[in-house]
Write a protein that binds this ligand. Structure first.
Ligand code: XMP
Length: 508
């Protein structure tokens, strides 16, 4: 594997992902973990990421010189290269002008690192400090308009540095340079793939679980689905999945999950139809956070009841992803369950040992593993869906069965049209909202007084920010006309054109 040390750069996660795309397993660790932590992983290469600081500024993250003495190749990117240059006696200073965005790179001497790339190439830069002279014993491989030294290497010490960002798409030879580093310099064989992840995880799960019994809460989302399938591949019917249908799912969603897991994959599955229980609890509850709390608490109650029936289950499967691990403080911390964020998550005091087969994977890798395991395309590419489900989309009032059904039908039409238009994967989320509002209309010479359906469709990378999707007018018209013609209760359709911020993606 390769360790990427994160010095706070904007693209550190992306570096780790690009390395994996080259077929090499990589882990992202915070820069302060210490040499021992890095050594313990026995990496075959080390990458130092970019970062926002100036190497000579007080309090700036430093480079422990021992990291350069591990006997493995080291590649510094941007700030990472400046750290190396400064540590080994090169000259790094603030430049008059920064270099942000596209830049022209001239290769002076390709060396090992830039071998196979053209003498003139474009690359993407983002820095103000600049390396003015390479450390003694190093060769300056390239320069750019604003960087006298834009790449360095010392084959003798096996240390390399590039000022530009190889991980972004605007550096056309970026992936080439990374591959050179991994394959030719580190000698890695690039065999890491969805298939190898499956094999490795199956081994690990078997080793952890032995002949113990395992339980998994299945939500229908891609994470819990892939986690469950991996565990089932590993330990077969020692696994029981519990699927709680709270009646707040989208149309036919429960049936799809049940048929995929029980009928197709033959996974032992307990499906609990808890719609009435949830609706009873939601009676009179209108405040959004109160809805979340009621649903979260009831979910745990139902799950615990089912778990209690499966006597002897010692292990609990969680679909924790690598991004959750990184967010909660890097690869060294203990498991954290995001129960606060993810209604449908479970409390930490459940007496189970956690099985987390996705802990090392990014979302796109989870999808690749899902596809490898034969998970239907519909489940692999499912858009995110909030734990409290449609309850937080019948807004401004109580989630009654009647309103939920109208919303469910409207949502089914929207999904259908979005899929047919080939836009489903491009959108982060697309859904309907049903406000507690009726408006007057006229249909067939008659006055109507019906519901308004809101169309909400957004693009986003991580849900932290989002933009409203520019859906084609003709598609919008088709959606609106189907909703009004097919749903008796609906007589008006509107489009939400709010980005996040200032709006949130959901309305509640
Ligand atoms: P907002 O509305 O905050 O949503 O912009 C960001 C993302 O989180 C999802 N979301 C939830 N997911 N439980 C969940 O599991 C919740 O209570 C919840 N609220 C919002 C939302 O769908 C979007 O993807």
């Amino acid at each position: 594997e390769v360790v990427v040390l994160d010095f706070g750069g904007q693209y550190s996660q992306l570096i780790a992902r690009r390395v994996r795309e080259c077929g090499v397993y990589s882990e992202l660790l915070p820069h302060h973990v210490g040499v021992e932590e890095v050594r313990r992983r026995k990496p075959k290469g080390l990458i130092l990421s970019g970062g926002p600081a100036s190497v000579y500024a007080e309090g700036a993250p430093r480079l422990d010189p021992e990291l350069l003495e591990l006997g493995i190749p080291v590649l510094g990117i941007c700030y990472g290269m400046q750290l190396i240059a400064r540590e080994l006696g090169g000259r790094v200073e603030g430049a008059e002008v920064g270099e942000f965005g596209r830049s022209d790179l001239t290769v002076l001497e390709p060396g090992r690192l830039l071998a196979g790339t053209p003498a003139e190439q474009t690359c993407w830069m983002s820095h103000r400090d600049t390396v003015f002279s390479a450390p003694p014993g190093f060769t300056a491989l390239a320069s750019s308009t604003a960087s006298p030294v834009a790449a360095i290497e010392s084959q003798e010490r096996d240390i390399y540095g590039i000022q530009f960002h190889p991980e972004v798409v605007h550096t056309p030879y970026g992936q080439h340079v990374l591959t050179t580093f991994l394959e030719d310099i580190c000698g890695l064989d690039r065999s890491w793939s969805a298939a190898s992840i499956v094999e490795e995880q199956i081994e690990r799960i078997r080793a952890q679980v032995g002949d113990g019994r395992v339980i998994c809460g299945l939500s229908g989302g891609v994470d819990s689905s892939v986690a469950a399938l991996l565990v089932h591949r590993a330990v077969g019917d020692q696994l029981t999945c519990v699927f709680v249908d709270h009646g707040l799912m989208r149309k036919n969603e429960g049936e799809q999950v049940i048929s995929a897991f029980r009928d197709h994959f033959k996974v032992p599955l307990v499906a609990v139809d808890a719609e009435e229980r949830f609706l009873a609890k939601l009676k009179g509850v209108t405040e959004p956070e109160a809805k979340r709390k009621v649903i979260g608490a009831e979910f745990i109650r139902v799950f615990e009841e089912e778990a209690a029936k499966l006597s002897g289950a010692k292990f609990l499967v969680q679909g924790t992803l690598y991004s959750d691990v990184i967010e909660s403080g890097g690869g060294t911390g203990a498991a954290t369950i995001k129960s606060h964020h993810n209604v449908g998550g479970l409390p930490e005091d459940l007496e189970f040992e956690l099985v987390e087969p996705l802990r090392a994977l990014f979302k796109d890798e989870v999808r690749a593993v899902g596809a490898e395991l034969g998970l239907p395309e519909r489940l692999v590419w499912r858009q995110p869906f909030p734990g409290p489900g449609l309850a937080i989309r019948v807004v401004g009032g109580e989630a009654t069965k009647e309103r939920l059904d109208v919303l469910r039908d409207a949502d089914a039409i929207l999904q259908d049209e979005i899929r047919q238009a080939g836009l489903y994967r491009e959108l982060w989320q697309s859904f309907c909202v049903l406000p507690d509002v009726r408006t007057v209309g006229v249909q067939g010479d008659e006055r109507t007084y019906g519901y308004v359906v809101v169309i909400r469709a957004v693009t986003s990378d991580d849900a932290m920010t989002a933009d409203w999707a520019r859906l084609p007018y003709d598609l919008l018209e088709q959606i609106a006309s189907r909703m009004i013609n097919e749903l008796r209760e609906v007589n008006r359709v509107v489009l939400d054109i709010t980005s996040k911020p200032p709006g949130t993606i959901e309305w509640e």
